[in-house]
Design a protein around this ligand. Structure first.
Ligand code: SIN
Ligand code: CO
Length: 364
């Protein structure tokens, strides 16, 4: 059976991405650096000046649907407090305010995250923004995820330690980018008030996937068999679990068979389930689809595999003819409404609009 490859909607080799990676194509970057070694790119985004100022960052840190922390250094100690913070003073030296998931609330931060979508969306996590005063930083630490650290203003001195313990040193100025694979110890100290944007990646964890699999099994239901023991014999060790019962448990467990489709369903739901603090705001006003630009909400995760789509934790299927278009919406995260209306996807799109999963923006 021949498999038709989906048409790739756009090239990942745009000149902007090449500059972002210091002249490397995404393919070369992934082969040489991704999960292997750090890369420092001078002027990766030379015009980038950040998307939030101190006030906007403090306002986000005051919200209870936003994760934030405040780190203050005194000598070689770093003390952390967790938000929400009613008010934060960002005047004292040696302090840092960090806000996670800024891309969920500020569209320009979402656009920054999407610049890295030469990496599958399934791996993209969030944009964390930090503001530090002179001497500020979170202290030397190791992260378990890949991260791009983009300097938006001020200078930060980075030290990065590989397994041979020798420190690599970088002075990050506005527009510079430092890629770090998981497990590389690092420490960034602000030389003056500065903003740093961390574009972080996620990878499924075995234990979490296992838990998601169990939930999924629970929802799907297993053939229920009752334990029967008509040949039960008297026991002189009443606390001992009967062998027969263990055999029964094993037979039940062995009935759990999975296929590639099951794995993709568990993964699709796991990857697109909104994080606990994410809230979608339902929308009432309705624009006519045919005259609108459809744009996925930054909080929406829409992924696909084969004929199945996963939207914010739910599995969605559509007619064969509509799949290519929905894939295009998922890849690009926006699409002309008229194209979706023609493809008979209008009802679905209106439902998603009402749920707050996407926006219908006036065409410009
Ligand atoms: C920071 O922005 O201060 C910390 C980022 C990091 O080291 O992961
Ligand atoms: Co870090």
């Amino acid at each position: 059976m021949s498999r038709k490859r989906d048409k790739r909607p756009r090239s990942y080799n745009s000149w902007m991405t090449l500059r972002l990676l210091g002249g490397l194509t995404p393919r070369t970057f992934l082969r040489r650096y991704w999960q292997k070694r750090p890369l420092f790119v001078r002027a990766a985004l030379p015009a980038f000046r950040g998307v939030v100022d101190e006030r906007a960052l403090a306002a986000l840190a005051a919200r209870d649907d936003v994760e934030s922390r405040l780190v203050e250094r005194s000598g070689r100690r770093w003390n952390t407090a967790y938000g929400p913070f009613k008010s934060v003073s960002l005047k004292k030296i040696n302090s840092t305010l960090l806000v996670s998931g800024v891309n969920l609330h500020v569209e320009a931060a979402d656009q920054l995250l999407r610049r890295f979508d030469f990496v599958p969306q399934a791996r993209l996590d969030d944009v964390m923004v930090s503001f530090a005063t002179r001497g500020g930083g979170v202290g030397p630490h190791v992260d378990s995820y890949d991260v791009f650290l983009l300097q938006a203003s001020g200078r930060r001195h980075w030290r990065v330690w590989g397994s041979n313990k020798k420190a690599l040193e970088y002075l990050a100025e506005t527009g510079d980018l430092l890629y770090l694979p998981p497990g590389w110890r690092h420490d960034g100290v602000a030389l003056e008030p500065c903003f740093t944007y961390s574009i972080g990646f996620r990878a499924p964890r075995g234990a979490e996937l296992g838990a998601a699999f169990l939930d999924w099994l629970h929802e799907r239901g297993l053939p229920d068999a009752a334990y029967r023991d008509p040949r039960l014999e008297p026991t002189s060790r009443p606390a001992q679990i009967p062998r027969e019962m263990i055999r029964f448990a094993r037979t039940i467990m062995e009935k759990v068979k999975t296929s590639r489709t099951d794995a993709s369903a568990v993964l699709g739901q796991y990857l697109t389930t909104p994080k606990p603090h994410v809230v979608f705001r339902p929308r009432r006003s309705q624009r006519t689809l045919a005259r609108a630009e459809v744009q996925l909400d930054p909080k929406t995760q829409l992924l696909y595999s084969g004929r199945r789509f996963y939207l914010n934790g739910e599995c969605v299927t559509v007619g064969k003819k509509d799949r290519a278009l929905l894939k295009e919406l998922a890849d690009r995260r926006h699409l002309t409404g008229a194209r979706l209306a023609r493809a008979a996807l209008a009802d679905l799109v209106y439902d998603w609009h009402r749920a707050g999963y996407l926006r219908l923006k006036a065409m410009t």
